[in-house]
Design a binder for this molecule. Structure first.
Ligand SMILES: Cc1cc2nc3c(=O)[nH]c(=O)nc-3n(C[C@H](O)[C@H](O)[C@H](O)COP(=O)(O)OP(=O)(O)OC[C@H]3O[C@@H](n4cnc5c(N)ncnc54)[C@H](O)[C@@H]3O)c2cc1C
Length: 413
């Protein structure tokens, strides 16, 4: 099979590895528009369950990813002057650069052509980009702003809802020993960040606030350096004198901030073109799952392609439909969690006046579909008293995807 992957992020690279492992005779090329080693973002989190899946897919890259990751098991929250710390499940962090280098190296070793600095044009009605013509399978792994998906946006039925709060993804040399949340009250409202280590000497910091706070603090103006200095002042207690680092590029402070785009598609494939990872779906960064989901997509697509006797267009269509059905079902609960998590932060004032212990407990419950509808103190008491009751947990699990679907439909209406 001749396979062209557009995009050398986690989804495209991992899929290319899995295809070559399944059948070394596959002819697989990954085209990435950026230079090797240059990527946005700092570190990403994941949990142990992902490593189990990666080990099943390719033990060698799984081992390399695990060896390059750091671990933590405590969570700490600073809310104004109060601090609260909890022990939780073990989490992992890895630098995005490091992850991509591991995957690209492994892909090359297996015989995948990984071509950097080649932006694939989706083509026009007159014809596809030359590199796409002649491929049996074109994988659109080109991220949330996928040009390939955009080429047939009507067919894919792309739906984007834009989050309210601006956020910025930064790095720092401060090394956090726990997954850390910090909520700071400024003269223009609350601003908060979460931070985690992703290698021996650096951490990621994601900062978010309401739009009025962002403008009031002047974060929408000036140079990137001005914006970073302002954030260093605001989070001085957290950073212990360590600097924050942005993306650079000289575009000014405002350009470094984004609002999150939650993206869904009515269908994920068209002919021999299939969407993978962020090109197919996104989940709010506050649940730290997008990379894991992109890798799981790759596992599911490779499995579906090799489960179907992919003879001709009908065989390919059956395989792509199977992939889409499997992943859609698996994504329901995580998409629900992501929507409620984003909403929790947008409704932060509801929770900030609680005693720190309670606020932190509800931060851990932010995926709950019930929490927005129950007074926080009452929810806390109910959850605390009955939290171990299996029926309540089952009700929450059952309600999650349904409420999220209804709310999403209402938001779009
Ligand atoms: C603030 C923030 C924090 C996050 N934290 C986490 C986290 O902790 N854990 C986690 O699991 N996820 C996290 N994510 C999500 C994660 O970054 C994405 O979900 C993940 O990168 C998706 O992988 P992908 O391969 O689908 O897309 P991408 O990583 O976006 O890769 C797409 C690639 O395609 C390339 N490309 C685009 N167009 C073209 C073209 N026309 N031709 C050639 N190449 C092209 C791009 O350059 C890019 O390299 C976070 C996201 C944000 C915004």
């Amino acid at each position: 099979m001749k396979v062209v992957c557009v995009g050398g992020g986690p989804a495209g690279l991992y899929f290319s590895i899995l295809m070559k492992l399944r059948d070394p005779a596959h002819d697989v090329t990954v085209y990435e528009r950026d230079a090797a080693g240059s990527t946005y973002g700092w570190g990403v989190t994941y949990w142990a369950a992902l490593l189990d899946k990666l080990r099943a897919g390719d033990p060698e890259s799984a081992r390399a990813v695990e060896d390059a990751s750091v671990r933590w098991s405590d969570g700490v929250a600073y809310v104004g002057d109060a601090t609260t710390r909890h022990h939780g499940d073990e989490g992992f962090g890895i630098g995005r650069h490091r992850l991509l280098a591991i995957l690209a190296g492994r892909a090359r070793d297996l015989g995948v052509r990984v071509v950097h600095e080649r932006e694939v044009e989706p083509g026009t009605d007159a014809g596809l980009d030359g590199v796409l013509a002649g491929a049996d399978l074109v994988v659109a792994a080109d991220g949330v702003r996928s040009a390939l998906r955009g080429r047939w946006a009507g067919h894919f039925g792309t739906d984007v809802s834009v989050g309210r709060n601006p956020y910025i993804w930064l790095g720092t040399t401060k090394v956090f020993d726990a997954f850390t949340f910090s909520f700071v009250e400024s003269e223009h409202g609350w601003i908060w960040c979460y931070a985690y280590r992703f290698c021996e000497d650096a951490s990621t910091v994601v900062v978010e606030c309401a739009p009025g706070t962002w403008r009031g603090l002047g974060l929408d103006r000036g140079s990137e350096a001005d914006g970073l200095r302002r954030l260093e002042e605001l989070f001085a207690g957290l950073l212990d004198g360590h600097p924050l680092t942005g993306r650079g590029g000289g575009d000014g402070a405002a350009a470094q901030w984004l609002t999150f785009r939650t993206l869904t598609n009515r269908t994920w494939h068209r002919g021999n073109v299939v969407l993978l990872g962020d090109a197919a779906h996104t989940t709010h960064y506050s649940i730290g799952a997008g990379t894991s989901l992109a890798l799981e997509d790759a596992l599911a697509l490779a499995a579906a392609l090799h489960a179907e006797p992919a003879a001709g267009a009908a065989g390919l269509d059956a395989a792509l439909t199977r992939y889409e059905n499997v992943r859609r079902a698996e994504l329901l609960s995580v998409q629900s969690a992501a929507r409620f998590s984003a909403r929790w932060y947008e409704e932060l004032p509801r929770y900030l006046r609680l005693p720190p212990e309670r606020m932190f407990a509800l931060l851990g419950q932010r995926h709950s579909p019930l929490l927005p509808y129950v007074p926080p103190q009452l929810y806390y008491r109910l959850d605390h008293a009955a939290g171990r009751l299996e029926p309540l947990r089952r009700l929450k699990r059952w309600l999650g995807p349904r409420l999220a679907g209804t709310l999403h439909a209402r938001t779009r209406a």
